[in-house]
Design a protein around this ligand. Structure first.
Ligand code: UDP
Ligand code: UDP
Length: 465
């Protein structure tokens, strides 16, 4: 690759993994980097391109398209995102298939101007081979909190998940003895005595690739989780840079004209005008919930009497007959892609019943909205502990058997929804989230810790050329 003069702008290649929860933060990072006078190229696939180009309109970022592999076992043709998979059991074949993109990726990579670094998703470990081949530093993006990453590492190294006899038996994390976890805080296969299987093999492969990388880029600020950020950079490799929350890079979209407002925004405006506070409900793009559990939510919400906006996936099963009509005075259910940040920033929204995907947690904190945590899968249980036990910006739903993975009955939901919206504990976390949200904003602003870290990283990478 032809080297250009040292004075030229840094050129950063971003390669997000194909799911909304992994793509959105990297697009926010693109905006953060564009504010630093860098050139950005984003790699993606045809079906994911419209979403990416929408997010990058009015910027100079370039998008490079790679064909998505065809005829993958079980994955319907045309599906290029895990959000569209008929079942998450197809995750490994889907993610493994992305390796077939390597030749096309490399062919296009060499046509680009001098590349300062590649920032690619932790699930695209194969991009490390390409980076090594061309001598380009790669930074890994996992989209996890420092807490989740450090706790996972400590537990893995010390083999702690093979200790407890019972799934709900608490144990203290060796390197962080104040944290008490249970095996149920972890997903399969990690929570079994001898984790194995295709997903485990896939994860190990990604971790090995990450260990060869230049570093990691963290969607978090140092102030949000100082102990865990310090732990990682003291005990582990590669070095992690906290440069977030990334969602603060982009200002929320300007208010649309009244006739262009989506229904949910008009509905929130009406609630604001009436002085109502609204609970926002969303469980992320990957959730699969049983009809029994949905029924309990419906009953709990109906009895709680709170105002709510519930955003559901198009593919989810229908709610109980007549529910939406019965609650129409105070509740709205939508089945479309919404601007979650605009909802959280809306003056009427005073609480978020959330699955605790890390992006949702950060967006809620930055909008200063307290959380009612209901983790479901992936590392969401660890994120819920960050929310409730570490930064104390939220409460947790009550399960019927006390297990973190237990069934939530309508009474347990109703009680905690009301506590968050009207109770004393709700008041405390509401106060705390204002402080934490303010500190997060300061971190990203000029002079803040994340601002400094990003400058330092860019300078360091520029000095390598
Ligand atoms: N999101 C959105 N509109 C929707 C659903 C989701 O903007 O209708 C965004 C949300 O704001 C967040 C991301 O999608 O940025 C979801 O990421 P998260 O880590 O919260 O959860 P995941 O979907 O990965 O489980
Ligand atoms: N999309 C994607 N991966 C796919 C298919 C579509 O990322 O496999 C993009 C699509 O281009 C669109 C966005 O996801 O911009 C929203 O998709 P959604 O299903 O919410 O809307 P629809 O496709 O129904 O318009």
């Amino acid at each position: 690759m032809a080297a250009s003069p040292c004075s030229s702008k840094p050129h950063i290649v971003l390669f997000p993994f194909m799911s909304k929860g992994h793509t959105i933060p990297l697009l926010d990072l693109a905006h953060l980097l564009l504010h630093r006078n860098t050139t950005i190229t984003v790699f993606t696939t045809p079906a994911n391109r419209p979403f990416i180009s929408d997010s990058l309109t009015d910027t100079d970022a370039s998008i490079v398209e790679l064909p998505f592999p065809q005829n993958i076992d079980g994955v319907p043709d045309g599906v290029e995102s895990t959000d569209k998979l008929p079942s998450m059991s197809l995750f490994v074949p889907f993610a493994t298939a992305t390796k077939l993109m390597q030749p096309d990726f490399e062919q296009l990579l060499v046509t680009l101007p001098y590349i300062t670094c590649i920032i690619s998703d932790g699930f695209l470990g194969w991009t490390q081979q390409s980076a090594t081949k061309f001598g380009i530093p790669r930074l890994v993006f996992y989209g996890m909190s420092n807490y989740a990453q450090s706790v996972n590492r400590s537990i893995g190294v010390n083999g702690q998940l093979s200790g407890p006899q019972l799934d709900d038996e608490p144990f203290a994390v060796t390197d962080f003895p104040w944290i008490k976890l249970t095996r149920n805080d972890f997903d399969e296969p990690f929570n079994s005595r001898e984790p194995k299987g295709p997903y485990m093999d896939f994860v190990i492969e990604q971790v090995i690739a990450a260990s060869k990388s230049y570093g990691q880029i963290m969607n978090s600020s140092y102030e949000l989780e100082p102990l865990y950020a310090d732990y990682w950079n003291r005990e582990c490799e590669p070095k992690a840079w906290c440069v977030g929350p990334f969602c603060l890079a982009k200002l929320p979209k300007t208010e649309p004209e009244p006739h262009q407002k989506p229904t949910w925004l008009q509905w929130l405006d009406q609630n604001l005008a009436k002085g109502n506070s609204v609970l926002y409900i969303a469980f992320g793009s990957q959730v699969e919930m049983s009809s029994e559990q949905l029924h309990e939510i419906v009953v709990g919400l109906e009895e709680s009497k709170v105002n709510f906006l519930w955003v559901r996936k198009k593919s989810e099963s229908e709610l109980d007959d007549g529910f939406e009509e019965r609650v129409q005075e105070r509740g709205l259910v939508v089945r479309e892609w919404v601007d979650q940040r605009a909802i959280l920033e809306h003056g009427s929204v005073q609480g978020f019943l959330s699955h605790c995907g890390w992006n949702s947690v950060l967006e809620s904190v930055c909008a200063k909205v307290p959380i009612l945590a209901w983790p479901m899968m992936a590392e969401q249980h660890l994120n819920a502990r960050v929310v409730v036990e570490e930064i104390k910006v939220g409460l947790r739903v009550e399960t019927s058997n006390g297990s973190v993975r237990g069934f939530v009955k309508s009474e347990g939901l109703k009680k905690m929804v009301r506590e968050l919206m009207e109770g004393e504990m709700g008041k405390e976390v509401r106060k705390k989230v204002k402080e934490v949200g303010e500190a997060a904003k300061k971190a990203v602003e000029e002079g803040g810790s994340s601002w400094h870290n990003l400058n330092q990283l860019i300078d360091e990478l520029q000095a390598l050329r």
